[in-house]
Design a binder for this molecule. Structure first.
Ligand SMILES: [Zn+2]
Length: 277
């Protein structure tokens, strides 16, 4: 599915494509996306958002990551709720800029939600952990949300970080900084002053996450779908999370990558060797 001719997708044709792929009115949906996999879409990334909102209808909730990773070591600017751009793709930025979107206040792993329950989904994120049990992702799990990987693979599935926490994998206590169990993030508070927050259960690296695709597919919790010509994946949290937690509990280091330049997986693997039998 690469290198084909550019297809012009209208918003209404894309709405139909989302419905055919299994998105239903009233769904809670977590979207991970690659805009360039779709080719040319009427209205650009904003057109994709309109198509999704049409498929979800007025009762549905659409959530996307708008992560900024605002740690002083990675980001020259503190997190600014209203102005920091999403660093995870054009469609997520289009959701953030949508007039009905609410963004959670979190200096590293904020999300944006459009829908009738947006306020409840995004509230109090700073006092939770980034992708932990009480985060917006945890709330979407309890809502029985679907996850659509639009033109992407499991290596962008942030909910696998939720599964790392839910499986209580010991390595979630190992941060990027040497010997630390938390990172220090920075943000502008509502008075425009810079503040710092401790971030525990730091989501690490997701380079290795594709190893779980096969097992999830075999267990019937990952469905391959085609949306607008883009090979995509659809999962239901109610079925996917327990299966992923079971797989990770049996093999706790499965998701750690072997990339030499990775700043965290090696440390986490060492930690697991020392702290598990
Ligand atoms: Zn890694």
């Amino acid at each position: 599915m690469t290198g084909g001719p550019t297809i012009q997708w209208t918003v209404s044709a894309l709405t139909d494509a989302f419905c055919e792929a299994g998105i239903e009115a009233g769904d809670n949906l977590v979207l991970h996306s690659s805009y360039k996999c779709l080719g040319a879409v009427e209205g650009g990334p904003g057109g994709v958002v309109e198509a999704l909102l049409s498929a979800l209808g007025p009762a549905g909730n659409l959530m996307v990551p708008t992560f900024t990773y605002s740690l002083p070591m990675w980001s020259a600017e503190p997190f600014d709720l209203h102005n920091s751009k999403s660093r995870v793709g054009a469609i997520t930025e289009a959701v953030r800029l949508h007039p009905r979107a609410l963004r959670s206040f979190h200096p590293t792993h904020s999300v944006a939600v459009i829908g009738p329950d947006a306020e409840e989904i995004v509230r109090n994120h700073l006092h939770s952990t980034p992708i932990g049990l009480e985060s917006p992702f945890g709330r979407m799990v309890r809502r029985g949300a679907k996850i659509l990987m639009l033109g992407t693979h499991q290596d962008t599935n942030s909910s696998l970080h939720y599964c790392e926490v839910a499986a209580n994998l010991p390595y979630i206590r190992v941060a990027f900084r040497e010997g630390m169990d938390y990172e220090l993030a920075w943000f502008f508070n509502e008075n425009g002053q810079i503040e710092y927050a401790q971030v525990f259960e730091v989501p690490g690296c997701s380079r290795g996450f594709r190893v779980i695709e096969g097992p999830l597919r075999e267990r019937g919790v990952l469905r391959d779908v085609l949306v607008g010509g883009a090979p995509s994946q659809l999962l239901e949290m109610a079925r996917f999370v327990p299966v992923a937690v079971e797989i990770l509990s049996a093999e706790p280091s499965l998701l750690l990558c072997n990339t030499v330049q990775c700043q965290i997986c090696g440390k986490r693997r060492e930690f697991m060797k020392k702290n598990t039998g």
